[in-house]
Design a protein around this ligand. Sequence first.
Ligand code: GLN
Length: 552
Amino acid sequence: MAKAKESHKYIFVIGGVMSGVGKGIAASSMALLLQEKGYAANLVKVDPYLNVDAGTMNPTEHGEVFVLSSGLETDQDMGNYERFLNRDLGASDYMTSGMVYQSVIAAERALKYGGKCVEAIPHVRDEILRRFTAAADESGSRVSVVEIGGTVGDFQNALFIEAARVLKMQQPDDVVFVMVSYLPVPGTLGEMKTKPTQNAVRQLNSYGVQPDFLIARANHPIDDKRKEKIAIACSVRADHVISAPDIESIYEVPCNFEKDKFADMLVKALNLPNGKKVALTAWKKFVRMATKEGLPEVNIAIVGKYFTTGDFILSDAYLSVIEALKFSAAVLGVKPRIHWLNARDFEKEKGTTALASYDGIIVPGGFGETGIEGKIAAIEYARTKKIPYFGLCYGMQLMVIEYARHVAGLAGAHTTEINSKTPHPVVAIMEAQKEKLVHEDYGGSMRLGAYPANLKKGTLAYEAYKKPLVSERHRHRYEISPDYTERLTASGLVFSGTSPSGVLMEIAELPRDTHPFMLGTQFHPELQARPLAPHPLFTAFLKAAIAKKGNS
Ligand code: GLN
């Protein structure tokens, strides 16, 4: 049996009653508090589905695909983790059942199991344990906070809970279990009910696991009477039942946990010295600005296509973009009001006039044909009416296509993603990618992860970053074609960021004397925006939007 690293500390976060109640935010908040107490923490997400990574999933169903610096395509929770911890997480900090099984099956094919029958227990369980240890080693942390996706009782997360149970058996003083459960207040009763949570704890008990803490997610704070009830019914100490009522901003959660002295209790349960006093000084300052009433509003239109399941899911598909806007808005002292506009609406005649009332327009990342002409029409509107524009990946490619068609005189210019027969393929597939598509090698095969870019002095980009070399995260198959960069430059477009070799165009912009802020990035700047480190390009875009609002 794989033996986990001695004395490394683990907190396992498991959901009760239902998913979607903020397990990821609870896990992120615990890790942030441990960090505040002086203990290096890493956060691990376990996704029990069979996809090898999150890259092949539709964002309308599963939310945004978050890309790590390493290039791994992961669940949006990893984005929350990085934003709370204010640091990069490693490829070992994410795992799916697909990844775990792929390793076990590859080892079996390579005769690594010495002729044995390969089984879920012990082989799959041990691969999970090996991955927990690898994540701790890679990050060099003192404590790992591991979130097991889904809810207790899901067939597919049973092996992960079993691995955690075994770890607790191997290292009884080093492993703590936290259940994040939901306590409903049925409208007809008007009273908070603990029974579903009691049942969820019993279900976890049936795996041989006893939670040490219970985070009580509900509309309201949980009262002492119900804490006592849970204590008696579930054998969780009453002071270990942590109140987690609905709040305005997810970033308030760590501050709320502190009201229950959660960090001190966690450290004690992990048998660690108490450590530093939790101050959260910079964090609280950010939360104050982000939740402040009465700040001037800036109206930002996001022109996208992931609309089919309604606004709620739509915003999940662009989660990092929304958060990035919030962080920059907090430093600038404004409130971003985001308006979701369906790109398809701009394909109708006069559709774009609806854009007149916004202070800034964003076209975010995307794939495929749906709404593409609408996005191009919105970009043309932003360019000609001088509305600040920020294009993210697809939003940059389409900005270049719009410029090619309407300014550079390249009629019919397009991306070969949509039209392989275009007379002017200004956006074309990268050479290295062609082969992959022929072999239907779609998973994890785009240009992914962090790459450096050199910035040109005197440009919007340079002015925002204030340095000549940056590193940003990518997720794309297509590129601005090197065959067209000269003609586009000659007609006034500025490529202000390029790969160090000069071959790949990383940032396109218009000179300030033609437009107040028109800029697109081939990378996804939103993936590296953090509450305590807002992204300079989002800040520059919002500044331009504020100026536009002031002028109109
Ligand atoms: N579809 C484009 C490409 O593959 C853009 C991808 C994106 O916006 N992430 O290059």
